[in-house]
Design a binder for this molecule. Structure first.
Ligand SMILES: [Cu+2]
Length: 132
């Protein structure tokens, strides 16, 4: 009887795993899956491209669990390069520093264009935000 009970628990665990996978697949490209969210991992963004409408807000999240230390700004090649019409919060020459668990940074994009957010300490940590 003990063997049967173990099998039943294993089957239940597999069903729960399958459901979790299904739900996360529906939620988008990772992280919490909330709309217009960019999640930070240890050394990269979870999303690398995002398309929004002018006037919408992007939420930059550095989670307590799985996040990292990051320095974000508009730019390229790990360098801050202020960009025309880019929101002021990240349009800085020295970057905005994040620690895991820091409050979410909400950045509103009023003007259409293509904006690139980089992390100055992690090569390749780039997210391109297209504002339509
Ligand atoms: Cu980083």
């Amino acid at each position: 009887m003990k063997v049967q009970k173990t099998w039943w628990l294993l089957s239940l665990a597999m069903v729960v795993c399958a459901l979790t996978l299904l739900l996360s697949a529906c939620g988008g490209s990772g992280g919490s899956g909330a709309a217009n969210e960019v999640d930070m991992g240890v050394a990269d963004f979870k999303q690398h491209a995002l398309t929004i409408k002018a006037g919408e807000t992007v939420h930059f999240v550095d989670p307590m669990n799985g996040g990292g230390v990051h320095v974000l700004c508009f730019g390229k090649d790990e360098q801050c390069v202020p960009q025309t019409d880019a929101p002021a919060k990240l349009n800085v020459s020295d970057g905005v520093q994040f620690q895991p668990g820091d409050p979410t940074l909400d950045v509103t994009f009023p003007t259409a264009g293509v904006y690139t957010v980089v992390c100055t300490i992690h090569p390749g940590m780039v997210v391109t935000i297209t504002v339509q």
